[in-house]
Design a protein around this ligand. Structure first.
Ligand SMILES: Cc1ncc(CO)c(N)n1
Length: 232
């Protein structure tokens, strides 16, 4: 007998906890993914000194982000049943390796030296927050959900700058492609599926903690974009 094909779940992302949260927190979510800085890249009016400001600060952030992702990898190795989460996260670490090289090349192109970049208050706060999530006390589900949220904001923001009708400046195209390309989109959807699967099995306390982490991340991301628009 054939299996009944009537239970259709295309990619498992419908009606999930994450979808519900994005809806519930849609205000701060849109502030994070449609920030005026991103709007200005989208419409081509971006101030290049704002871009440089963002680039330098993000280079510092990404170097910290590596240790956070390493901590998620460690938790995945311990927690996941089939080893597939580990492979997705390991892929993320591999692309971070490429990303660090890209930042080095890009910052030198814009005459920025790592040794000359001072992390700003908002950046420091965000780095401290992700560092707090590396603790072994933090549940894998919470860390994984946070990981997804951090990547998803960039994916949603930069893919918007590549949408039809967008006019990003030629010299920023590489940046938009880095986080806006389809492969990165696929990768973010994989992270989302893993997080949602963990969340579905988690206790109410862990779910609440993960939701709070997502909201904090969205706020930190808005603060991070704000930095690029504020004077030094
Ligand atoms: C601030 C920030 N958030 C998210 C990402 C995505 O990797 C990044 N590079 N920087």
């Amino acid at each position: 007998m054939e299996k009944t094909p009537n239970i259709k779940k295309v990619d498992g992302n419908d009606n999930t906890m994450i979808k519900t949260w994005l809806h519930k927190h849609s205000q701060i979510y849109s502030e994070a993914i449609r920030h005026p800085f991103i709007q200005s890249i989208n419409d081509g009016t971006v101030n290049l000194s704002s871009f440089k400001q963002w680039l330098g600060q993000d280079y510092i952030f990404v170097r910290k982000f590596v240790s956070f992702v390493a901590s998620v990898l460690l938790k995945a190795c311990r927690a996941s049943d089939d080893g597939l989460d580990m492979e997705v996260i390991l892929g993320g670490i591999a692309s971070l390796n490429d990303e660090i090289s890209w930042f080095k090349k890009e910052t030198s192109k814009w005459d920025l030296l790592l040794s000359n970049i001072t992390p700003r208050k908002e950046n420091q706060g965000y780095c401290r927050f992700i560092e707090s999530l590396t603790s072994s006390e933090v549940d894998y589900t919470v860390a994984m959900t946070a990981f997804w949220a951090i990547e998803a904001v960039y994916q949603e923001s930069f893919s918007y700058c590549l949408q039809e009708g967008a006019k990003p400046p030629a010299e920023l195209m590489d940046t938009c492609q880095r986080w806006g390309n389809d492969d990165f989109g696929q990768y973010c959807r994989s992270l989302q599926r893993i997080a949602d699967r963990c969340l579905a099995k988690a206790s109410k306390d862990v779910q609440n903690e993960a939701e709070a982490a997502v909201v904090s991340i969205l706020k930190y991301e808005v603060g991070f974009w704000n930095m690029s628009l504020s004077d030094l």
